[in-house]
Design a protein around this ligand. Sequence first.
Ligand SMILES: [Fe+2]
Length: 411
Amino acid sequence: MLCTIIGKLQPALKRAQLLSSLQTNPPWRLMPIRASSAQSAVVKLLDSCLVLDYEGSRMHLNYVWLRDHCRSESSYNSQTNQRNLDTGRIDLNIRPHDTKVEDGYLLLNWPDGHVSKYGLQWLADNSYEGQKQSPVQPRILWNSDIYKNANVPSAKWDKFMSCDDELKKFLQNYVLYGIAFVDDVPATVEATEAVTQRVSLIRETTYGKMWCFTSDFSRGDTAYSQLALDRHTDTSYFQEPCGIQVFHCLKHEGTGGKTLLVDGFYAAEKLRQRSPENFELLTRVPIKHEYIENSDKHQNHMRGIGPLLEVYPWNKELYIIRYNNYDRSVINTVPHDVVQRWYVAHRELTTELRQPENELWVKLTPGKVLFIDNWRVMHGRESFTGVRQLCGCYLTRDDVLSAARGFGLQA
Ligand SMILES: [Fe+2]
């Protein structure tokens, strides 16, 4: 079931992996060192690295890495969280003379007499093995039923603007689901701007800071029409697509125009389960997206290059989907046989994205502001009649996630 928090490692699994590893690896060459506290640690110095067993996990720590990550005052400024040490001056063949574990810390004596001291939990959290087994950003993946059954509450304008706890809840929902709503916002561009600035900084683009559009074809983009729009991510033609999209429908006198939302990561994870080779191909083949606009008022030629799906190499966690069939440009960097396989993989992902049960349809009304993670959740709309005025903006992704981390959320 995908409606779980992806990437959470079961402690039992960790213990099983350690047991299996202990059975296949040779015994310690040095005497095991045990911490005096209840939390035991076993340290072994190999030629190539230090091996630390702690709390059921085995970690392999490179010696240069250990010296580079020394947290002593001369090596690291804990006030600014910046490195003082010149990494370029570390002997690449460095090894500690001796080591001991004391009161939850690992101590290393280096050949020049310097002593480094590391918290065991800090090492466990920051080792490759630790990072490999934990998600950067825990998420709840959803289809329409999962999202509706979760009954995720919307924030309310008054409280949202004045109460940090309301903002924290909003950010938690946003981080987990990739969408979040604020209700009862005054139906003006100014109030929409204010509500977005409560969350992050606005990312100014060729469309301006706050944009406000009707179906007047004022720009060379299908968005400025009354036509239906299939699911897509925005600004795939930027080298770094915009992180967050904000929509606020200020007025609609007519019919239709419902907004479509699809969790791209839910569909992509389905693809990964069913056809891992097709998923992997979509993470490897770089594709171009372009936006070319040539009018009296606007000249633009944007180009973004990157695969449809990107995963972190150490834990295979998906972190961005670029999917915009309108703006996908000429495929001219891939040999013909790979192109065929890419189209097969693209078709399988497209089929999953188009499953009706994955479609969440929302009617945006004046007062309801929608925030979308544009690196994850796709949007579209049905065609409409009448005058429909929509305003919104893009937000910088780094600042939204920074705000979430400021509240202690994992993001
Ligand atoms: Fe769009």
